[in-house]
Write a protein that binds this ligand. Structure first.
Ligand code: SF4
Ligand code: SF4
Length: 465
């Protein structure tokens, strides 16, 4: 059942109707079953998020996204810039997964797993309630005069907000630069880590502003994911929805009122009071709904009180509400799942066939061939770049294949540290008598302790015999 005026469609729920002001949210807290479950889940995710940078797999951080040095690690597997195509493929799989997941369960990721919601609802609002009291008390405090109590409460709340933001910014940074480097910034003299320290301060400020001021506007106005719902959801998607067939016509009812005459919704407004984005789910699916499930808990509590079955608001598909059809997985979902499987298989294959060292060898630009002084040999100059994908240092050498072919280093390969890169320059020298054409292919091997790490083919130019 849609709001008769449909005015909710004309403006964002947390912005005043004239578009000039902000409606500050004071969501009520109902500790229902789903809220408790969500707390446990959020606790596990927060533990993982904070422990992540300090967990090492194969000597590498569990997840490292070092965009500055272009070094990435996932579960002990190191990715170098040359693996960019894998990153693109991985991103593609992730996008299809999001499409699949959203088509099935709507925006439930936002309410249950998104760091923004978890920090906002489970950490910052909790601190707010602890210091300023429940929704009613918070509103009274905000609208009341500036007393000593108010100053004390506001100061301590914002001090704690800043402290938590500082902690989050440290963790955030450790995912980018690595926990080892973060520990250096913390423990070593500031003069040596000015950039790192400034970054921490900037992130702290951003997180503080997001969680103390911007809040739910991140979900309703900034995040593009919510806006995708309109195209991804269909009548089979399971989302937080109000069962209007059962609930309407809404209205105050006595405990034993005849259920056939009026619907189950007693129009108490509790589902709106608990909503952190300020919407009325009874108006239907809305972009602002983050599927946090708080309104389900709230309505369940009301239904229990009036002796009616739970889940007037619940995880329903439109098909279930209108036609009472059971949830079915459609062809579209199977197609997404098949696509994910195929792309994942390709990604796994590409990851497995990667070599320990990524090598790029190119003839030095602007050079042709050089006739050697002995008159019997000719050389080409090459630049090579090596990336170590393993979690150990590697000693290696480049060995040309074929008789009469030698290598002469200008810069010699040294030990290549884990995840590091190195550039070297060398000549490949060939006997003139072996040259058959102006341009020919030559084969090189990158060897480490007698083991072939990579076979490379490149071109060699020389005047033909
Ligand atoms: S909490 Fe339930 S009964 Fe109360 S207004 Fe919302 S839908 Fe109706
Ligand atoms: S409508 Fe319900 S599920 Fe959606 S954001 Fe509001 S409380 Fe959360």
């Amino acid at each position: 059942m849609v709001d008769k005026t449909s005015s909710y469609k004309d403006h964002v729920s947390t912005i005043t109707e004239d578009g000039k002001g902000r409606k500050w949210m004071y969501p009520k807290l109902i500790k229902g079953k789903l809220y408790i479950l969500r707390n446990i889940f959020a606790g596990a995710l927060l533990t993982l998020l904070f422990a992540g940078p300090f967990i090492k797999v194969n000597g590498e951080q569990l997840i490292l996204l070092n965009i500055l040095e272009r070094r990435f690690a996932f579960f002990g597997v190191i990715f170098v810039p040359q693996d960019f195509y894998l990153f693109v493929l991985g991103t593609l799989i992730f996008i299809v997964f999001i499409v699949l997941f959203t088509s099935l369960f709507g925006r439930v990721f936002c309410g249950w797993a998104c760091p923004q919601t978890i920090f906002m609802e489970m950490v910052f609002r909790r601190i707010e309630r602890w210091i300023e009291g429940d929704a009613k008390q918070q509103k009274k405090l905000d609208n009341g005069p500036m007393t000593t109590e108010k100053i004390l409460k506001k100061t301590s709340k914002h001090f704690l907000f800043l402290l938590i933001s500082f902690l989050i910014s440290n963790i955030f940074l450790s995912y980018i630069i690595g926990s080892d480097q973060l520990i250096q910034i913390i423990t070593e003299p500031l003069a040596g880590h000015v950039t790192g320290f400034i970054s921490i301060c900037i992130f702290t400020f951003v997180f503080y502003i997001v969680f103390s001021k911007i809040r739910e506007l991140v979900c309703t106005m900034v995040c593009p994911y919510g806006r995708l719902q309109g195209v991804l959801l269909d009548s089979n998607s399971m989302i937080v929805a109000y069962d209007y067939v059962r609930g309407e016509p809404r209205g105050k009812r006595k405990r034993e009122a005849e259920p056939d005459v009026i619907g189950d919704c007693v129009d108490c407004g509790l589902c709106v009071d608990v909503c952190p984005t300020g919407i009325d789910i009874r108006n239907g699916t809305q972009m602002e709904c983050i599927n946090c499930t708080l309104c389900i808990d709230a309505c369940d509590m009301v239904m229990k009180k009036i002796n009616r079955p739970k889940r007037l608001i619940g995880f329903f598909s439109d098909e279930h509400i209108t036609n009472r059809k059971q949830f079915t997985v459609g062809r579209r979902i199977y197609s997404y799942a098949a696509l994910i499987l195929i792309l994942s298989a390709i990604l796994s294959f590409l990851i497995l066939r990667r070599t320990d060292i990524e090598t790029t060898i190119l003839r030095a630009s602007g050079t042709l061939y050089q006739m050697r002084d002995d008159g019997t040999t000719v050389s080409n100059l090459y630049n090579a770049e090596f990336y170590n994908r393993t979690s150990q240092s590697i000693k290696f050498q480049v060995v040309p294949q074929g008789s009469g072919t030698q290598i002469q280093y200008i810069t010699k390969p040294e030990e290549l540290k884990k995840g590091a890169s190195m550039k070297i320059t060398f000549f490949i020298i060939q006997d003139i008598k072996n040259i058959k054409s102006y341009k020919s292919d030559i084969k090189l091997q990158v060897l480490s302790a007698g083991k072939v790490l990579e076979n490379i083919e490149t071109t060699f130019i020389a005047p033909p015999n």
